[in-house]
Design a protein around this ligand. Structure first.
Ligand code: ZN
Ligand code: ZN
Length: 688
């Protein structure tokens, strides 16, 4: 919220002096976990108002008494001067008859309730004030890895249930010491009602474990051991805020290569945590919008144009034009970066395609074999949150992966939903969403659902999510693809409460909703593959759509994918599909010379096999995909024959193309076939 310094102040005075009135004021939005009750307390006390404030379920309820003009000023400043991390969506005011409010103003215990407005703030990066304490040798929290306040610290990852109070977080196991209790109870203190408040005397402690889980040391010596291992080129599993992370020296080629081998991740770029903005600028082209993102309380990974490897090992982002950078966002990260004074690879603590490890047993079993040691602690993580990924597009921030720091705060919807809907994503990069009224709450990223372990994580997310929101969704929206794990999960729902949605309609409607467009809208989806309403694979689509249906106005030319899934993993196959059997839209044939070179370098058996598959129409589904076209071009140009992670060939093609910034557009043509060119289901699609 913006604080309006010039807001006229209401006159303070004792409430009983003039015509005395009592009101019930309810504040909705992101108002828990952001220092809202302390703010109300300070404001009411300043204005000399009597009453109390408490969290009730997901909102804040204030009983307040005073002179009418003072009450009006109070209500105005409630919204105008709300804490910076809060979002006030509504302030409801009603009379409060028969109220017996005392003289002072109190913060009361929370009350659980049945309302459905449950906005909880995401985890927040360490604030400036806490950072100053962290590195102040005179402070009682000097180098304490778990310090936080009402402006920063863990939230979504430690909360079991709303209302947001310490007893319902994983901090409940740490009874407050007298000093922390005094700060927590002092309205003048910046830790007044900071629920995760902690200090070295009463809060969580670090521990250093051997890869087999044996506890070796604790406290500051645990950190020293971790720093030593990383400095010597080793790999460490670090318990972050939303899950374990794998950490190593980003400047050490042997360390990064070792991480690649152990994580089974040959080429996909790693995110790099840098000590400060100056270090970020050394590595990448970081403009003002990138700086804003990096330094925001969400502290996401920001994809930025790399300046070349520089201080980074070449294998950090081998083929990428962009590098993902972020700043330390917990006290523990700040300590690691300060002690090591170099960029670190900080990547999710998982094996490729598995969910991130969050429990200590999990980390030993799954990450133990990869690392030299484990830097853990005794504050449990309840909800798994990966790091968010952002980039700047056309001068504006765009969220590529909405997770830690953003989720689970609600997004406004341009059109309110009449029923609460659980939205399930596709197979890859899966995210769950709950839409209630005019808001959508996105759950954390749950990864690739191909993995059975991920289905458990997924079920867990869906259930925790519904509990949090206090919502039993009335309908379930899911992808049309019958083979997706999320679709199979959706079939648990009765048919009349399921809403199948075409993949690219979902992409386009989601983008329109993000930008709060009312609809109808024209949308272009440049995608990999999604199940079409005609049962074929789509992926380069022009749709005229609104939030309930769409018409397919145009599409890319189609080509077969010889071997189906195999062609997705091996762009060479797709290129052969385009070469031998692309849809004839009357355009020029590929340069014969290019094709000869391409075919000449491939194994003759593979070319022959594909020819026979295509002739027989065997396992070669046709697709109108933009992503597969990029794959085919990457293979034809000899840039990449195989996709070792999703988008790898397209990314390498983009990097190669960026070396020719002055190159003009390639020739292209638009074929008007009277309608969209599809022969079967060219009609509006939506619920019948
Ligand atoms: Zn703080
Ligand atoms: Zn304490």
């Amino acid at each position: 919220m913006v604080v309006h310094a010039g807001t006229p102040r209401a006159v303070a005075g004792p409430p009983a002096a003039r015509g005395h009135e009592a009101q019930l004021v309810e504040v909705f939005g992101v108002v828990q976990g952001v220092g809202f009750r302390p703010f109300v307390h300070r404001l009411a006390t300043e204005l000399g108002l009597a009453g109390d404030v408490r969290n009730v379920a997901g909102h804040v309820v204030i009983r307040v008494a005073g002179a009418p003009d003072v009450l009006a000023g109070f209500r105005h400043r409630l919204a105008a001067e709300a804490p910076p991390l809060s979002t006030v969506t509504n302030v409801a005011v009603g009379p409060l008859p028969d109220a017996e409010l005392g003289d002072g103003f109190a913060v009361l215990d929370s009350v659980s309730g049945g309302d459905t407005n449950r906005d909880l703030p995401p985890d927040l990066a360490t604030c400036e004030a806490c950072l100053a304490e962290l590195f102040d040798p005179g402070d009682r929290r000097f180098r304490y890895p778990f310090l936080n306040c009402t402006d920063c610290g863990p939230r979504a990852t430690i909360v079991a249930e709303l209302p947001y109070d310490r007893v319902r977080t994983t901090m409940s196991r740490f009874p407050l010491c007298p000093d922390c209790r005094a700060e927590y109870g002092d309205p003048a203190n910046r830790r007044f009602h900071a629920e995760p408040i902690a200090c070295p005397a009463c809060g969580p402690r670090l521990a250093w474990y051997a890869p087999d889980g044996e506890r070796v040391d604790s406290g500051s010596s645990a950190l020293t051991l971790a720093v030593r291992v990383i400095a010597n080129g080793g790999l460490v599993a670090v318990k972050g805020i939303g899950g374990y992370q794998l950490v190593c020296d980003a400047g050490s080629e042997p360390a990064v290569s070792l991480l690649r081998t152990r994580k089974h991740r040959p080429r996909k770029p790693f995110a790099v945590m840098v000590p400060d903005l100056a270090a970020a600028r050394e590595i990448a082209e970081v403009g003002p919008v990138e700086v804003e993102l990096l330094a925001s309380p969400a502290a996401p990974i920001v994809l930025s144009r790399t300046r070349g490897p520089g201080r980074l090992a070449r294998s950090v982002a081998p083929d990428a034009a962009d590098v993902g950078l972020f700043l330390p966002y917990t006290p523990l990260h700040h300590l690691l970066l300060a002690d090591l004074a170099r960029p670190l690879v900080v990547t999710s603590g998982n094996r490729t395609d598995e969910p991130i490890a969050i429990t200590d047993t999990d980390v030993v079993a799954r990450l133990g074999p990869m690392v030299t040691g484990i830097l853990g602690h005794d504050r449990p993580i309840l909800s798994r949150y990966d790091d968010s990924v952002t980039r700047v597009i056309a001068g504006r921030p765009a969220v590529v992966r909405r997770a830690r720091g953003y989720a689970p705060s609600a997004l406004p919807l341009p059109v309110a939903t009449p029923r609460s809907v659980l939205g399930l994503g596709g197979q890859l990069k899966h995210t769950t969403t709950l839409a209630v009224g005019a808001h959508a709450v996105l759950g954390p990223h749950t990864g690739d659902l191909a993995d059975a372990a991920t289905l458990d994580a997924f079920t867990d997310v869906v259930e925790r999510f519904s509990t949090w929101q206090g919502v039993r969704p009335e309908a379930c929206a899911h992808d049309l693809h019958p083979g997706y794990l999320s679709t199979r999960y959706a079939t648990r729902w009765p048919a009349d409460r399921r809403i199948p949605v075409q993949h690219h309609h979902a992409h386009i409607a989601a983008t329109a909703a993000e930008h709060e467009l009312p609809g109808p809208f024209l949308g272009l989806a440049f995608d990999g593959l999604g199940y079409g309403t005609d049962g074929t694979l789509w992926g380069g689509e022009l749709l005229l759509a609104d939030y309930v249906g769409f018409r397919r106005l145009g599409r890319f030319g189609s080509a077969p994918l010889p071997g189906g899934e195999l062609a997705v993993r091996r762009p060479v196959r797709t290129a052969l599909g385009y070469l031998f059997a692309a849809e004839d839209l009357g355009g020029p044939a590929p340069e014969p010379e290019l094709a000869v070179q391409f075919l000449g370098r491939l194994p003759a058996r593979e070319v022959d096999l594909v020819r026979r598959m295509l002739a027989a129409g065997l396992n070669s589904p046709r697709a109108t995909s933009a992503g597969r076209l990029f794959d085919a071009v990457a293979a034809l140009l000899g840039i990449r024959d195989d996709n070792d992670f999703e988008g790898s060939a397209a990314m390498a093609l983009e990097t190669a193309a960026s070396a020719y910034p002055q190159a003009g557009a390639l020739p292209w043509r638009l074929v008007d076939q009277g309608s969209c060119g599809c022969t079967t289901r060219c009609r509006p699609y939506g619920p019948s």
